[in-house]
Design a protein around this ligand. Structure first.
Ligand code: 2HG
Ligand code: ZN
Length: 482
């Protein structure tokens, strides 16, 4: 794709339009935003643009289109697949200054927010208004709403509320020619054909830039109960989840699988963490149930269900948080797995899904096959079991330097895991998106119908190919994956 570097004229015009707070081409200012969160991809950009409203965004995009210059939108820069890392002479467009919560309507049960609002700020604002925004994930203190929408983020509450797509009711976006799509009005029913909101959600900024959204809120949590259970092995987890749902219903909204190796990593690398149970277990689950205020005997119901699970041999031991601080501490054991893994050394990452009921079998057989094929490799498979989504990560052999092993084996491990997932009818990206890191594998596996449709949509909305190039949409001209 023949994209250009911005001309000195364009950079001057942008500097004037955006002012000193909204424009910088200084290498020091740019530096922190040029590397992805995992530190795996280093990019470069001609300038960092930080507009404060949609009209500024629209001007940037229109002017960039006129010169056929790439525009790379970025929120909190927490992509797991380097989806917001720019390349070449792109304009890096940060939405972080567009961080107003425009309103929270109790009557409509909606929050209207700008793209740069940080997820935990929205949590607090909704709570202060007596409501709740239910999506949550480990990066909540830096991930922004625009990025979460653009990647259709998942997280730990998908079981009950679905991923970001399920929570977007309205969207405002700047399209690749600079037009503003005014789709904020949060109609519960709107059947005017192709749904642009849902096309932009999960598009990773390749079809336009989300500037604001209307998001579904839920009833505030009256009582939340967080439990940590030890099980003999991962096979017990799914029967346990189904049993809890039978007894408690959809109040069960988080069910996260933590293998013992993941717990050990967290306890080793993350300060102020401790094992909640006295003994060791093969596998653990973090369970969260949330009830509206006034629900009678919520805690007793969970206690009784866990007691029954113990009698049935599904659970070996359990600890239920007795206050909010303990609940936060239990969640820290789960939310820090990724960070602990990172501190332990680079690993080959996968974000896969297979049909929920097939996941225990898949985990067992894929672990066996990968560990046999790559001598000494250590699988750590954790996460959102209830959604059929596991992070099937593969670490280097113990005592071996992680980086050289990673460099030598990353591509082959990826291929093997993705082939196993595909054979099981699954997806190579359950919640992180494709970005740059999964692009070649996506191209290899997706199949012509999916790829042709993807390219046709991209071509129709962004014929110049300026929006976040090199992400999500494999070009027909790309060389085949190695
Ligand atoms: C999580 O569930 C994140 O903690 C990160 O999606 C997963 O680092 C990973 O592999
Ligand atoms: Zn995850």
């Amino acid at each position: 794709m023949n994209l250009n570097e911005p001309s000195p004229d364009l950079l001057r015009k942008l500097a004037e339009r955006l002012g000193p707070k909204g424009f910088t081409a200084d290498a020091v200012d740019l530096d922190p935003w040029l590397t992805d969160w995992r530190g795996r991809v280093r990019g470069s950009a001609a300038a960092l643009l930080s507009p404060v409203n949609r009209d500024e965004v629209a001007d940037i995009v229109r002017w960039a289109a006129a010169e056929r210059v790439a525009v790379v939108p970025q929120g909190g820069n927490t992509s797991m697949v380097a989806g917001a890392t720019p390349a070449g002479g792109a304009l890096l467009l940060s939405l972080r200054r567009m961080n107003a919560i425009r309103g929270i309507s109790h009557q409509e049960n909606i929050a209207t927010v700008e793209a740069g609002v940080i997820l935990s700020d929205l949590h607090r604002a909704a709570e202060a208004a007596g409501r709740r925004f239910p999506l949550s994930l480990a990066a909540k203190d830096s991930a922004t709403i625009g990025g979460l929408i653009s990647t259709n983020a998942g997280g730990t509450q998908v079981l009950r509320f679905g991923p970001m797509r399920a929570l977007v009711l309205g969207l405002e976006a700047v399209l690749p020619d600079g037009q503003i799509f005014e789709g904020l009005s949060a109609l519960r029913k709107d059947n005017r054909g192709y749904d642009l909101r849902q096309l932009l959600a999960g598009a990773e900024g390749t079809l336009g830039i989300v500037t604001a959204a209307s998001l579904r809120l839920e009833a505030a949590v009256g009582e939340r109960i967080v439990a940590w259970v030890g099980m003999a092995d991962a096979d017990k987890a799914l029967p346990l989840l189904r049993m809890l749902e039978d007894r408690i219903g959809d109040a069960i909204e988080g069910f996260e699988l933590v293998p013992s190796v993941a717990l050990e990593l967290v306890l080793r690398h993350i300060e102020r963490t401790r094992d909640p149970l006295a003994g060791k277990h093969g596998c653990y689950a973090l369970i969260e149930a949330a009830f509206p205020s006034g629900t009678p005997a919520a805690r007793e119901a969970i206690e009784a269900a866990l007691m029954e699970a113990m009698e049935r041999g599904l659970v070996e031991d359990a600890s239920i948080a007795s206050n909010e601080a303990q609940a936060v501490a239990l969640w820290a054991l789960r939310e820090n797995i990724s960070e602990a893994e990172r501190l332990d050394g680079i690993s080959v990452k996968h974000d896969i899904s297979v049909p929920v009921s097939d996941m225990p079998r898949f985990m067992e057989s894929a672990t066996r096959q990968v560990e046999a094929a790559f001598a000494g490799a250590r699988v750590i498979a954790f996460g959102h079991l209830g959604d059929g989504n596991i992070h099937f990560n593969v670490r280097s052999p113990a005592g071996q330097a992680a980086q050289p092993w990673f460099d030598a084996n990353n591509a082959a491990v990826n291929r093997m895991v993705h082939d196993l997932v595909t054979a099981a009818g699954g997806s190579i990206s359950a919640e992180h998106g494709i970005g740059q890191l999964k692009l070649a594998e996506f191209a290899r596996i997706a199949g012509p119908a999916r790829l042709d449709a993807l390219r046709a949509i991209k071509q129709a909305l962004d014929p110049l190919g300026i929006m976040n190039p090199g992400k999500l949409v494999p070009l027909a001209s790309d060389p085949p994956a190695p």
